[in-house]
Design a protein around this ligand. Structure first.
Ligand code: OGA
Ligand code: NI
Length: 361
């Protein structure tokens, strides 16, 4: 049975402290507050494959982003199409972003979250139009249970922020990382366009690669990891997300009804499709559910999710791509905007029903 208590009051009290989940850990708690308790039927469900074979998302070598011949590029497109159709997720290696930039990015984000709490408080906000903000659980007031995670969210493109607008401790590396990420994003959107049977620039011309927000997460060690999550099961709102995760692990992807682990690889970046791409591809590509288990290690877990999606507010209209619909395959979604989708996301919380249902014809 659900616990009955003044949830809204407890959520508000936690939010108003502006200390995040990390602040609770620093205060020395040994039990997590009940606002973080997920129902037991959710936390214990971890169906594993009956066979002993470990299923892994595909790893695709991008050869540094410069393909030697069209054959190589074509073979990459084939791999991308297969990965996306089968898993909705793949990892890329030789993606062009230097490992030292990735390492410095993780260090910078760890530094942000571990600096003086008063400096972080200055960035604390839930204003969806704010371009630089720190908070815990963007859906704190709408979800049924909170997650063990704090996040710094920054809009990095198309308007590139000045270093002074970003947190001092990580601003420069965020700018460098984002510059490189924009290049990789363009390449991935070209490959995805080709995998959809469209011309290479199609998704770029729809401005899918134009806007980037970084969600820089910090998952502190959790004293009761079986009662909560790092991020509950969800699909991403973005066109695509490119994730950098550190060595701790905990990311899982839903595949054929089972959760499969995405083990850390310091050289790889993880690519997944979001709901906006599923909508414009008219379900040809799907955004797959994933989650992060609460961190049971003694160290914090750091991850940086690069969300390719427009900054709110944005009124650009998106619907199923004309070339991908026909009489036999009519549009499955009505047209919408990123702003409308984001509002719907926020109102429903991460743990609600699939947000795409709301836009289905
Ligand atoms: C996300 C997400 C996974 C991770 O930010 O949407 O799924 O490993 N992140 O942090
Ligand atoms: Ni996600």
């Amino acid at each position: 049975m659900a616990e009955t208590y003044d949830r809204v009051g407890e959520v508000k009290a936690f939010d108003e402290m502006k200390i995040g989940v990390k602040g609770l850990v620093d205060a020395g708690i040994t039990q997590i507050p009940r606002i973080f308790h997920h129902p037991p039927h959710v936390t214990v469900t971890n169906p594993t494959k009956p066979s002993s074979t470990v299923v892994m998302i595909p790893t695709i070598d991008l050869g540094g982003g410069t393909f030697e011949s069209t054959v190589t590029r074509e073979s990459v497109v084939v791999k991308v199409r297969e990965a996306v159709e089968k898993f909705g997720f793949f990892q890329v290696i030789n993606h062009g972003i230097p490992v030292d930039v990735m390492e410095k990015m993780k260090d910078g984000i760890r530094g942000f979250h571990e600096q003086d709490a008063d400096v972080k408080k200055g960035f604390y906000s839930r204003d969806i139009t704010k371009k630089v903000k720190y908070n815990t659980n963007f859906d704190l007031y709408s979800s049924q249970a909170a997650n063990w995670r704090d996040t710094l969210t920054t809009v990095m493109a198309p308007d590139v922020p000045h270093a002074e607008d970003l947190p001092k401790i990580c601003g420069n590396i965020m700018l460098e990382y984002s510059k490189q990420m924009m290049k990789l994003g363009e390449l991935i959107f070209e490959l995805l366009s080709e995998a959809l049977g469209l011309k290479p620039n199609h998704l770029k011309e729809l401005d899918c690669a134009k806007s980037l927000s970084l969600l820089s997460h910090y998952y502190p060690p959790c004293p009761e990891p079986d009662r909560t999550f790092g991020i509950s099961s969800h699909t991403d709102i973005s066109f695509i997300t490119i994730l950098l995760q550190d060595h701790i692990g905990g990311l899982q992807v839903l595949h054929d009804g089972c959760w499969i682990d995405v083990p850390p690889n310091p050289k790889a970046l993880i690519v997944n499709l979001g709901d906006l791409l599923q909508l414009i591809s008219n379900d040809k590509f799907v955004s797959v559910e994933h989650r992060v288990l609460a961190n049971r290690s003694e160290e914090p877990r750091i991850s940086i999710a690069s969300f390719f999606m427009h900054t709110i507010p944005n009124e650009q209209v998106y619907g199923p791509i004309k070339e991908l619909v026909s009489k036999q395959n009519p549009p499955k979604y009505r047209e919408t905007t990123t702003t409308e989708m984001a509002k719907h996301y926020l109102a429903r919380g991460l743990d609600g029903a699939s947000p795409l249902l709301h836009f289905r014809i």
